[in-house]
Design a protein around this ligand. Structure first.
Ligand code: SIN
Length: 539
């Protein structure tokens, strides 16, 4: 088996991973490993932008207040302040490497966007393809550095730790096994520092705004390695995805509501003020639930986003990609409301980690959407995630540079055990199970939950996990099988966290406990066991 030695192994090529790589570029051999093309990530798809208190009338403290207000009592204030205070430096850093944020027409100041839950316009954007613009520049710059090597089409399977190798002493991460997706051979990377920046979990749900790569690989791998996972019940559903069978949950940015769009039902009623005085700019949990309610009581398949108050010229200039894409599907936003539905968008929970990515396992850092740092709490404030990825990517790089040197090159990583595995002759099973997991999560663990629905989902996912495990052991691994194993593991974690929370808070809403549990301080949900147990029983 091939083993590649490096000084830092970074799993994932989104904003968090590439920011860490960038700040480590002179720190030795940096390997950035990703399972498809390096540009495939949720960061690349982010439309809205980067929230940052940069305007002279704004302040970090107001941004902190809005973040805590949206976070439903579970954000960790000191960490929120720490991350948000580093925003401006991060923006300057991006500009230094060549990212251009939009300016107001004919002016030198930024054209700041407005999004739900923000008390100020504070979202820096690059037109309506902010993530793509940032990732284009970062990927080009990182790829040109001699210290950084990007390995595409290489999917992480599992972390390798000294405990798993049955070595004495503190447990530490020494690398990971990977599947070379081109040759279908297994290889390993060995490094004293591993950064897990493997992105989000949206593909666990049938409808999602996420990239196809968002199969929760980082969370699943960390859980299998025994690292605590927390707050997975808080899945954010973006309220406004284009409703069209061919559009694959195309996102219509919240910034469109920030520019005055109304949400209306099929009878043309603007309904959001009935749910929250902030109307369509209420935080996303409230807007998504309101849409879900409107669709359920009317039986309609969608609601509508109406931005006809703005002219074509404004829409083409401010939202060129969204305008053109909607037009492509037959909807002219300037002339008629556009049909929209909610879809899974962001995982606010993840692997327990500090702002610098440090975890309970030595040598393992977790950043970006894979991590749960305490910034988002029970609900993420719009456009805070690119900011978090940027700040935590940098902090992880600094922590790695400051960490004592550890030699791991002498640690033997055993060859991959194929056992009695044979090539699969039933690939169709993978596709069926894949669809079943996603449908089950959409039906029973969506925007509105109940105890019964969660129990039903737990039983189904438990069975599927057993089948998938057998499949994994009996057949040679492929990328599809690895992704299926990960979405099923993450589905199980979401259900377990949701079952433990006997209240409605932030993004977790259950009809059986519709209010907050006021009997105690807000608690994180922490899963700190090893995998393998049944999830069907409520703990
Ligand atoms: C959006 O543009 O609506 C998405 C921004 C985000 O998820 O923060």
């Amino acid at each position: 088996m091939k083993i590649i030695d490096c000084d830092v192994l970074i799993i994932g090529s989104g904003l968090a991973g590439l920011t860490a790589a960038w700040h480590l570029r002179d720190a030795g051999r940096i390997a950035v490993v990703c399972k498809r093309d390096p540009m495939e990530s949720n960061s690349n798809r982010a439309q809205g932008g980067v929230a940052c208190a940069i305007d002279s009338d704004d302040s970090v403290e107001e941004h902190v207040r809005d973040t805590l207000g949206t976070g439903g009592g579970l954000s960790r204030e000191a960490r929120v302040r720490d991350i948000l205070s580093a925003g401006q430096a991060g923006i300057r850093e991006l500009e230094k490497i060549g990212v251009h944020f939009s300016r107001r027409e004919g002016a030198a100041d930024y054209d700041l966007g407005q999004e739900g839950g923000h008390s100020h316009r504070r979202v820096l954007h690059a037109g309506d393809i902010t993530g793509h613009e940032i990732m284009r520049v970062m990927t080009e710059r990182a790829a040109a550095q001699s210290g950084i090597t990007i390995y595409p089409e290489t999917m992480a399977i599992d972390l390798v730790s000294t405990a798993w190798l049955r070595r004495r002493g503190d447990n530490r991460c020494v690398g990971a096994y990977f599947l070379d997706c081109k040759t279908e051979k297994i290889l390993a990377f060995r490094a004293p520092h591993t950064v897990l920046a493997a992105g989000g979990t949206g593909k666990v749900y049938l409808y999602t705004t996420n990239s196809d790569v968002a199969t929760g690989d980082g969370v699943a791998m960390a859980w299998r390695a025994g690292i605590p996972i927390q707050n997975m019940e808080f899945i954010q559903f973006h309220p406004t995805c284009l409703y069209h069978p061919a559009a694959k949950s195309f996102l219509i940015s919240e910034a469109v509501r920030g520019e005055g769009a109304e949400l209306i039902n099929a009878r043309g009623e603007a309904f959001m003020k009935r749910y929250d005085p902030r109307g369509p700019l209420a935080p996303r949990d409230i807007v998504a639930r309101a849409i879900d309610h409107e669709m359920k009581i009317s039986g309609d398949a969608c609601v509508y986003l109406d931005i006809t108050c703005k002219g074509e010229e404004f829409l083409r200039r401010r939202f060129p990609n969204i305008y053109a894409t909607c037009l492509n599907y037959g909807f002219d936003m300037a002339r008629a409301p556009v049909p929209v539905v909610p879809a899974a968008h962001y995982c606010c929970g993840g692997v327990e980690a500090g702002v610098d990515g440090r975890t309970r396992m030595k040598g393992l850092y977790v950043i970006g959407e894979t991590a749960c740092t305490g910034l988002h709490g029970a609900n993420r404030l719009a456009s805070n995630s690119l900011l978090e990825a940027m700040v935590c990517g940098r902090r992880a790089a600094e922590a790695i540079c400051a960490a004592p040197a550890e030699a791991v090159a002498g640690i033997k990583i055993p060859d991959w055990q194929y056992g009695n595995a044979v090539p699969s002759d039933e690939a169709v099973v993978v596709e069926h199970n894949w669809n079943e997991v996603r449908q089950c999560m959409w039906d029973y663990v969506g925007i509105v939950r109940t105890t019964k629905r969660l129990e039903r989902a737990a039983r189904r996912i438990d069975n599927l996990q057993r089948e998938i495990r057998e499949y994994y052991l009996n057949y040679f691994v492929t990328r599809d099988v690895l992704e299926l194993r990960n979405i099923a593991a993450v589905a199980g974690l979401i259900i377990r966290c949701a079952q433990r929370r006997r209240e409605s808070r932030g993004l977790h809403y259950t009809l059986d406990y519709p209010g907050l549990d006021e009997s105690r301080d807000p608690q994180d949900t922490i899963i700190a066991d090893k995998p393998g147990g049944s999830i069907a029983t409520v703990e």
